[in-house]
Ligand binder design. Structure first.
Ligand SMILES: Cc1ncc(COP(=O)(O)O)c(C=O)c1O
Length: 368
């Protein structure tokens, strides 16, 4: 039996007719760039996120960058985030001309450690981007408390956390704005590139609508300098179809996660993910920690089981960010996790037999 890391085809097959019908409608209406299908999805996604506004954009990276640039963050400013994230979080800060400042993660949730936050704030700090990694939100209350005390914006990187909750609040609705990616492999994935900004701030939503569309609110009247970061119509239509299934898919992920937890519970040397008391984890990624990670992956690959590593090199040690001057040892928890984390197959359509096989092979590898 083969166990893929992700199976987008299985999901497509389960909604094929709905998707093809939705795409056909976009074609019939030639509503390709922005337009009514994007507007419809924006309304639905805002409501899903318990927010007043959603603005559909071209990717999660542009969603982050548009929020930062809307806040006027630029050269000379610092923005705090963690080094244990996809590089896009830091890139968005860099695109604005600002400097990313990293804070290490909590060893159990792999998200920004609020206890380390305050000491990294300087007079140049303008914002904090907690990353809701693997489908679980960061511990937002203490982060927001520090941010408010220092007059900083909080932008949630919710690119891996569609439908995740913090104390009952949906990800994206907790800070000043939330940024989402709909990259195809996400819990809510487009059939191409797409992203969204969600916020309760009408002024911010309006300005981001302009920024994503060359700074215009009326065609060819450009009041600010913007860019082309629009969502395309086909993605809007596909996402509307898929959003209706998201709760069920997230529940299926949670069920698979529970099965992994149960089967790996008493396995020595394996640290399974923690669902924090405050969280509804939606398991975009199910990452375990194990010392001999690379050998485990090779063994699983031999058995036709695909795994991932999120992420093998922390951002502060990437060549692209050498200029920031961080060293090995700067963020010990992130660095330890980068050596030990392995992401097991996780998607809604994963079967019980597949999860059982993965756990069996892990135990066999460990000789337990
Ligand atoms: C945490 C995080 N932030 C930002 C992004 C960027 O999203 P996109 O690939 O849609 O630009 C991703 C995508 O993988 C992500 O996982």
């Amino acid at each position: 039996m083969k166990v893929p890391f992700l199976d987008l085809k299985a999901q497509y097959n389960s909604i094929r007719d709905e998707i093809e019908n939705a795409i056909q409608q976009v074609l019939d209406n030639t509503a390709f760039a922005g337009g009514p299908f994007v507007a419809k999805f924006e309304e639905e996604f805002a409501s899903f996120c318990q927010c007043k506004f959603a603005v559909g954009v071209s990717s999660g990276t542009s969603a982050l960058w548009l929020v930062l640039s809307n806040l006027g963050i630029g050269p000379g400013d610092e923005v705090i985030t963690t080094p244990n994230t996809f590089i896009a979080t830091a890139e968005a800060i860099s695109f604005c001309g600002a400097t990313p400042v990293f804070v290490d993660i909590d060893e159990h949730t792999y998200t920004l450690n609020p206890e380390l936050l305050e000491r990294s704030i300087t007079p140049k700090t303008k914002a904090i981007i907690p990353v809701h990694l693997y489908g679980q939100t960061a511990d937002m209350d203490p982060i927001i408390e520090v941010a408010r005390a220092h007059g900083l914006f909080v932008i949630e990187d919710a690119c891996q956390a569609h439908g995740a909750e913090y104390k009952g609040h949906r990800s994206g609705s907790i800070g000043d704005a939330g940024s989402f990616s709909f990259y195809p492999g996400k819990n809510l994935g487009a059939y191409g590139e797409a992203g969204a900004v969600v916020t309760n701030n009408a002024e911010m939503a309006e300005k981001i609508r302009m920024l994503r569309d060359h700074g215009q609110s009326k065609k060819y009247y450009h009041s600010i300098i913007g860019s082309n970061a629009r969502m395309d119509g086909i993605q809007g239509a596909v996402l509307s179809v898929k959003l209706k299934h998201l709760n069920i898919w997230n529940e299926a992920r949670k069920k698979n996660a529970q099965l992994y937890h149960d089967l790996l519970a008493d396995t020595p040397y394996v640290i399974t993910p923690l669902e924090a008391d405050y969280a509804r984890h939606v398991y975009h990624i199910y990452a375990i920690r194990i010392q001999d990670r690379d050998a485990l992956i090779s063994t699983l690959v031999e058995k036709d089981i695909s795994c991932g590593i999120h992420y093998p090199i922390p951002i502060h040690l990437q060549d692209a960010y050498k200029f920031l001057g961080y060293q090995k040892g700067s963020f010990p928890v992130t660095e330890l996790c980068a050596e030990q984390l392995v992401s097991l197959p996780m998607f809604p359509e994963l079967t019980q037999e597949q999860v059982e096989m993965v756990c069996r092979e892990i135990k066999c590898f460990l000789g337990s």
